[in-house]
Design a protein around this ligand. Structure first.
Ligand code: QAP
Ligand code: CO
Length: 180
């Protein structure tokens, strides 16, 4: 298992569209393990492969308080959407910024699990929002795309400035912070 570096907005690689996983093999399962480890370490509640610079259609999510409800979706497809909900969203790729976004309240999703078997699930609440947010990542879309250009540009400017100040901040530095 390994921590992977998370790309930050406005990195153009976050705009790439991920391609479907052709076969769920051990290399895909290792990638999924790394995604969970990276998400939990952050800590976050959702992570898409695109965020760690892997253009494959894979997402992980766990909205529980105690890491007790891990979900892994490979080649996820939204089958239906119902209702509307507005929630404050954040993103590991847009650290420190939170904005209100409107999404479907309930969705049905079909995906492959880590054994390559197809499954469907009906989700609502935070998990439904999270899965929609992560599927957006696989299509090169970010939550800041739903807010005003003015707000988005303000966030971009701050993150670009921050990246210039801490050019090599990544998993290694974050991991060693506990020893400082
Ligand atoms: C997506 O986001 C999400 O700014 C997952 O400094 C978020 O895990 C879906 C995070 C909210 C629905 C609602 C963000 C951690 C984590 C930050 C995350 C930060 C540290 C975000
Ligand atoms: Co995100």
């Amino acid at each position: 298992m390994a921590l992977r570096e998370i790309l930050h907005f406005p990195d153009p690689r976050l705009r790439l569209v991920a391609r479907p996983v052709e076969g769920v093999d051990d290399s895909v399962r290792t990638l999924i393990d790394d995604m969970f480890e990276t998400m939990y370490a952050a800590p976050g509640i959702g992570l898409a492969a695109t965020q760690i610079n892997v253009q494959r259609r894979i997402l992980v999510a766990d909205v529980s308080e105690d890491q007790s409800a891990p979900h892994c979706l490979i080649n996820p497809e939204i089958l239906s959407r119902d209702g509307e909900e507005e929630m404050d969203e954040g993103c590991l790729s847009v650290p420190g910024f939170y904005e209100r976004v409107r999404r479907a309240e309930r969705i049905r999703v079909r995906a492959l699990n880590r054994d390559g078997e197809s499954f469907e699930m009906a989700v609502d609440g935070l998990l439904a929002v999270c899965i929609q947010h992560e599927i957006d990542h696989l299509d090169g879309k970010l939550f800041v795309d739903y807010i005003s250009t003015l707000k988005r540009n303000r966030i971009r400017k701050k993150l670009v400035k921050q990246a210039a100040r801490a050019p090599s901040e990544g998993p290694s530095l974050a991991g060693s912070a506990a020893n400082l």
